[in-house]
Design a protein around this ligand. Structure first.
Ligand SMILES: Nc1ncnc2c1ncn2[C@@H]1O[C@H](COP(=O)(O)OP(=O)(O)OP(=O)(O)O)[C@@H](O)[C@H]1O
Ligand SMILES: [Mg+2]
Length: 294
C-alpha cells in the first residue's frame, strides 16, 4: 500500500530525510518510530503530498505521489500532529463540510459521529484536546481511505484518552485501513504495530516486527526465582548462571530461558526446593530504541 524508494527531503541544504526505503503491506499497522527531529513528520508530509519530495519516489495504493496526486489524496486520510478543523464550526458542521469536499454521503457523517462518540453540536474550538484529536481522526476517515497516516496520534493525551485512541486505531485497522503511525512512544509502537522501523536523523536504523527487533537486541535475560528456601548447593550447582541471592529470591543471568529451565529444574528437584514464582525480563523495545539511536 505504501512504497518509499530513496525517499529524501532537503530543507535548503539540510538533509531531513535521507534516502529511506520501506514498504507497508495492505492491512498493516506500520510503526514509524523515532526521537524528536528524526524526520517522521517530514516523511508523512511527503507521502501525503503536503510537501515536495526532493529525491526518490513514493507510491500509495499503486499511485505515484509525484505524478498522481489526486488519486493519492483520494486514497489517504491524514491526521497531523496539529488539529486542523475549523474552530468556529461545530463538529457536525466540520464533518458536513469535509463530506462535501470529498463527495461523501451525509449519512456517513452520522455514522462517524456515532462510531467516534463525538459531541456533534459542540464547536470544535470548545472541545477538549482529546476530543479534538478524535474529531480530526473522524474527519480523516470520512471518505473511507484505504491508507491512514496518523502523526503522533496519542501525544498529549491522558491515559484514558490514549487508551481510547489506541482502541480506535485497532478498530480502524480491523475495518481494513492500512495505518502508518508515527510516534516516539515505544510502548505504543510496540503494542500497535505489526511491523515497525526506527528512524534517526533522517535514516532508518532498524526494521522488523516488535518481536524481531527485541530479539535482535536481547542480550542477557535476568531471571528471578523466588523459592521456599535458598540452598547453598543450588547456587553452587547453577553457578554458570551467575546466581545472586536476595532474601528468598535468586537472580540468575542466562542467554536462553529454555537452557536455564533445563538446568534449573533437576537441581531444584534434587534439593526439594519449591518454586514460588519465576520472572524473566529481557530487552524491551525501549532498550532497542536507545541502542539504535544513541
Ligand atoms: N519547514 C522546515 N524547514 C526547515 N527545517 C525543517 C522544517 N520542518 C522540519 N525541519 C527539520 O527537519 C528535521 C526533521 O523534522 P520532523 O518534523 O520531520 O521531525 P519529527 O521526527 O517529526 O520530530 P518530532 O518527534 O519532534 O515531531 C528537524 O531537524 C527539523 O528541525
Ligand atoms: Mg513530528
Amino acid at each position: 500500500m505504501i512504497i518509499a524508494r530513496n525517499l529524501t527531503k532537503y530543507y535548503d541544504n539540510f538533509l531531513a530525510v535521507d534516502h529511506i526505503n520501506f514498504h507497508v503491506k495492505k492491512g498493516e499497522i506500520f510503526g514509524f518510530l523515532g526521537p524528536n527531529g528524526a524526520g517522521k513528520t517530514t516523511t508523512v508530509r511527503m507521502l501525503s503530498c503536503l510537501t515536495k519530495i526532493s529525491e526518490g519516489e513514493a507510491y500509495i495504493n499503486g499511485y505515484s505521489v509525484r505524478d498522481e496526486k489526486v488519486m493519492v489524496k483520494k486514497s489517504i486520510g491524514v491526521v497531523q500532529d496539529v488539529a486542523n478543523l475549523f474552530g468556529d464550526l461545530t463538529v457536525r458542521q466540520n464533518l458536513n463540510f469535509m463530506a462535501e469536499l470529498y463527495h461523501v454521503d451525509k449519512k456517513r457523517v452520522n455514522e462517524v459521529i456515532k462510531q467516534f462518540e463525538l459531541p456533534a453540536d459542540k464547536k470544535f474550538s470548545k472541545l477538549s484536546f482529546g476530543f479534538k484529536k478524535r474529531a480530526t481522526l473522524a474527519a480523516a476517515v470520512l471518505h473511507e481511505p484505504p491508507v491512514l497516516f496518523l502523526d503522533e496520534p496519542t501525544v498529549g493525551l491522558d491515559v484514558k484518552s490514549s487508551r481510547a485512541m489506541q482502541k480506535l486505531i485497532i478498530e480502524l485497522n480491523k475495518e481494513g485501513h492500512t495505518i502508518f503511525l508515527t510516534t516516539h512512544n515505544m510502548a505504543i509502537a510496540e503494542k500497535l504495530s505489526h511491523r515497525l522501523v526506527i528512524i534517526n536523523r533522517g535514516k532508518i536504523v532498524a526494521e522488523g516486527t516488535p518481536q524481531e527487533l527485541k530479539s535482535m537486541f536481547t542480550k542477557v535475560l535476568k531471571i528471578e526465582v523466588t523459592v521456599n528456601k535458598v540452598r547453598r548447593e543450588i547456587l553452587e550447582e547453577l553457578r554458570d548462571f551467575h546466581p545472586r541471592a536476595q532474601g528468598n529470591t535468586i537472580i540468575f543471568s542466562a542467554r536462553s530461558f529454555q537452557d536455564f529451565l533445563d538446568a534449573f529444574y533437576p537441581v531444584a528437584r534434587k534439593y526439594s526446593v519449591v518454586v514460588l514464582s519465576m520472572n524473566s525480563s529481557g530487552a524491551n523495545i525501549e532498550d532497542v530504541f536507545l541502542e539504535v539511536t544513541k
